[in-house]
Design a protein around this ligand. Structure first.
Ligand SMILES: Cc1cc2nc3c(=O)[nH]c(=O)nc-3n(C[C@H](O)[C@H](O)[C@H](O)COP(=O)(O)O)c2cc1C
Length: 205
């Protein structure tokens, strides 16, 4: 039985391009995995804390030395790590914000990248045997060859950090020029349909 972990990021809920595309992905994934489990980690609703001194103290000292504050900070991380560890496929649906990823996704990443837990002390990723699909929605055009393609920091960063924790099988689907949807030039439903081929084949992989 396979488990799909869906990490949602956009605050725009039903208006969100990335969320509409992850929904399509999940529908198709369920068809191919009728007994599969889908776990949703909605970062917009999870209020994941930033790394602070208590977290750092907890992450780099033995558990028996943890203050109550460090124990609580590390429990957040432990729970998120357990969730991603139990998944076979991780689907991240995220907007591009300011050429990179939204802060709430970075906060999540900072919780799950842990020395000795998801990355060995020899810098070997410990989450092996998983695959990830990233659906990255962008207002502008970051397609390969587009004039601003090289300013897309989100794709490289996500590939890098997922690889760092051992997830090297990463498929990034670019949902570009969503401005056309937001400005009312293209209905959201049509936009989602245009990407259907790519989404469905990623979900079937
Ligand atoms: C705070 C903010 C920053 C953004 N930064 C960029 C950007 O750097 N490049 C870009 O192409 N689009 C940018 N956008 C547009 C979003 O990436 C685009 O609207 C995307 O489709 C939003 O995803 P969603 O529909 O799933 O919420 C930004 C939007 C917001 C709200």
């Amino acid at each position: 039985m396979k488990t799909l972990l869906v990490v949602e990021v956009s605050p725009r809920l039903e208006l969100s391009v990335s969320r509409n595309l992850t929904t399509r992905f999940v529908e198709q994934w369920k068809k191919g995995n009728p007994h599969g489990v889908v776990v949703v980690r909605d970062l917009f609703k999870s209020h994941i804390p930033f790394v602070d001194l208590h977290w750092i103290g907890g992450a780099f000292t033995p558990r028996e030395q943890h203050s109550p504050e460090s124990a609580a900070a590390i429990k957040v991380s432990d729970d998120l790590v357990a969730e991603i560890k139990s998944a076979d496929h991780i689907l991240i649906g995220t907007p591009m914000y300011n050429f990179s990823i939204p802060a709430i996704l970075k906060a999540y990443i900072d919780q799950i990248v842990r020395s000795g837990v998801t990355v060995s002390t020899a810098y070997e990723g410990m989450l092996k045997g998983k695959k990830a699909t990233v659906i990255l929605s962008t207002g502008g055009d970051f397609s390969p060859g587009a004039p601003f393609a090289s300013t897309n920091m989100a794709s490289n960063y996500l590939r890098q950090v997922l690889g760092f924790i051992g997830i090297s099988d990463v498929n990034i689907i670019l949902a570009v020029r969503t401005l056309a949807v937001d400005q009312g030039h293209q209905p959201l439903r049509d936009y989602v349909t245009e990407l259907d081929g790519e989404i469905l084949s990623a979900a079937a992989a």
